[in-house]
Design a binder for this molecule. Structure first.
Ligand SMILES: [Zn+2]
Length: 80
């Protein structure tokens, strides 16, 4: 299955939590191999996890995801 950036962002927290379908994880891994944007998103999202990583289940700060998506939309608009 071929996935696009939106799929990656949709499942990014599940991916980091490890609560993701193995097939989907493989698809995301493959996508990130050739997508700099998603690699960067994954890196920065992991950093957020580390920052708030106090033993809780992964939870991104309120509004973070929305701002991230807006930023990514802008980046994508530029590259297209
Ligand atoms: Zn991507």
């Amino acid at each position: 299955m071929k996935i696009d950036c939106n799929h990656v962002w949709e499942h990014i927290s599940a991916y980091i939590d490890g609560e993701i379908d193995p097939q989907l994880r493989a698809d995301i891994d493959r996508h990130m191999e050739h997508c700099d944007i998603c690699s960067a998103v994954m890196d920065s999202t992991r950093n957020v996890v580390v920052l708030i990583g106090d033993g809780r289940v992964f939870e991104i700060p309120a509004g973070y995801s929305e701002r991230l998506h807006q930023r990514l939309d802008q980046e994508l608009a530029k590259t297209d």
